[in-house]
Design a protein. Structure first.
Lengths: 141, 369
């Protein structure tokens, strides 16, 4: 196990809930894991499964999808689509033998700063245990 | 129990008699079916409007030059056909057509759908490697005895949905030991019954599900398990995928042949995935190289994400691959698993929405918490 390995995790956060929640966590001075690099999307329904796939194939150790709780989507139903897409991705990765534990979906509302910090640090720990993404060793893919 | 039209001819001749009757009586204005193109097994789907041209029709020939669902979708894309046409196509082709119609890529209106209990088709390479004559002669023996023909497409050997559910008429082939004497045409719908009034044959009452069809289904399910287990031998994960797709030329032939891949401009051929040297600068620096054209694995897994919930296991993709990559086996395996997850069978019910375009408010409630 490489002790110098810090995971590189990409997070797709919906603008209205998850991103705002992350901002609140920052403003409240809660410790956030440095492994997570976040990308803002307007809605979790915008997260194309290909984003997640590309992230993993480029060598990200983990990809997080975060959005509003079901029923609270700013655009009414975007997060329902995100949920179906995530379920599809998870099963697909499982069947192909990609570690499906490297992706995750969480509902984080705008007021849940501590929850954001908790899920990202927990996920980061999981990814650390899983080790670096095996795709990193493949160059000609 | 359904009404069955029995024509006192061998099954291939009986099918031709049926088509001749439909066209000569002007109940339909055209017949869409396979037509013999030369004496060496080449066949092509054709639309025949003159009964004279039916003499070269070979509706039940065990070859699939292209998935008929794709052709019918292209035909009815802008507008439904305005005259009745009888279309002869296999179970998976019909399912593919229905999947395309769900995506507004065609219309069923004015089609009289004729299908058959399918014994599978041979790979297209049998036309060029000289084996087709022998295979075709074996085909009817295996079909008669509800056995799996030894050289059919692997996806055909593993197909358990060989009894079509959406056809107006189904020609019974599998397990019929009187194939040489009698052609049994099951009339599944009122439309099927109406169009055969006056046809040369008599009507009896029978069940399309028999002991023999159940026997074949079991054999095919076993073969499916064997086929999928064999994939495991290559290992799993990215290393196995890289090995499997090592010879891939990125020709995208699999996508072009796939009936479900209907996009005029495929995402992976568009500017979104255009490869410019600048987008790979960092990779080149850090990793020391890239495969060109880039994104071989990304294309296949991406295409899988886009269409595998509707995969009908026709096997066209593997057949057209110039380097014999078992694309259809991999897609079939993942498709099977994802379709079970959403409790969805592609092409079964035209009213059932595609899992990707819909959702339920209360489902997968444990996700995300």
């Amino acid at each position: 196990m490489n002790d110098e390995y810090t995971p590189k995790i990409i997070g797709f956060l919906c603008n209205w809930c998850a991103y705002t929640g992350a901002d609140l966590a920052g403003v409240s001075r809660i410790q956030i894991t440095p492994s997570l690099r976040i990308i803002r999307v307007m809605c979790s329904g915008r997260i194309d499964p290909l984003f997640v796939l590309k992230g993993l194939l480029k060598g990200a150790d983990g990809v997080m999808m975060m959005g509003c709780h079901p029923g609270d989507c700013h655009y009414q139903k975007g997060n329902y689509s995100a949920r179906r897409r995530y379920v599809l991705l998870q099963k697909l990765f499982e069947d192909l033998g990609f570690e499906s534990e490297r992706i995750g979906l969480w509902w984080v509302s705008a007021s849940e700063g501590p929850r954001y910090a908790k899920v990202s640090s927990e996920f980061s720990e999981e990814i650390k245990k899983l080790g670096p993404n095996p795709v990193r060793e493949e160059i000609f893919i | 129990m359904s009404n069955v039209l029995k024509i006192k001819k061998g099954v291939e001749q009986g099918a031709n008699e049926l088509l001749k009757f439909l066209l000569e009586s002007e109940k339909v204005k055209g017949i869409f079916t396979l037509r013999k193109m030369n004496e060496n097994g080449a066949v092509s789907y054709s639309l025949i409007t003159h009964p004279k041209e039916l003499q070269n029709a070979v509706p039940l020939f065990p070859l699939m030059p292209v998935n008929a669902g794709k052709i019918l979708s292209g035909f009815t894309l802008k507008k439904a056909i305005n005259e009745p046409i009888a279309a002869v196509l296999r179970s998976c082709e019909l399912r593919a057509f229905i999947e395309l119609i769900k995506r507004t890529q065609g219309s069923l209106e004015n089609f009289l759908l004729i299908s058959s209990t399918c014994g599978g088709v041979y790979p297209l390479k049998s036309l060029t490697d000289g084996t087709y004559k022998e295979q075709v002669s074996q085909y009817w023996e295996s079909a008669k005895n509800a056995e799996i023909s030894s050289d059919i497409r692997p996806t055909c050997a593993a197909c358990e949905y060989f009894i079509p559910q959406q056809a107006d008429m189904t020609i019974a082939i599998v397990g019929k030991n009187d194939l040489q004497q009698e052609c049994s045409i099951f009339l599944n719908t009122k439309k099927g019954e109406e169009f055969t009034i006056g046809a040369p044959g008599n009507i009896v009452s029978e069940d399309i599900d028999t002991k023999e069809t159940a026997k074949l289904r079991e054999k095919r399910q076993e073969q499916k398990k064997k086929l999928f287990d064999e994939l495991e031998k290559n290992g799993s994960g990215i290393k196995a995928l890289v090995k499997t797709f090592a010879a891939c030329l990125s020709c995208h032939g699999c996508s072009k042949a796939c009936p479900i891949c209907y996009c005029t401009l495929c995402d992976f051929d568009s500017k979104t995935h255009e490869y410019l040297p600048s987008s790979h600068e960092i990779e080149l620096e850090q990793k020391g190289g890239i495969r060109l054209p880039p994104g071989t694995i990304f294309f296949h897994i991406g295409r899988m994400i886009h269409m595998v919930v509707s995969c009908v296991n026709c096997g066209m993709c593997s057949d057209v691959c110039p380097v014999n990559i078992p694309v259809s086996t991999i897609f079939s395996k993942v498709g099977d698993s994802l379709q079970k997850l959403f409790d969805y069978l592609p092409g079964k019910d035209i009213e059932e929405p595609v899992p990707f375009g819909t959702y339920k408010e209360e489902e997968f409630t444990e996700i995300g918490e």
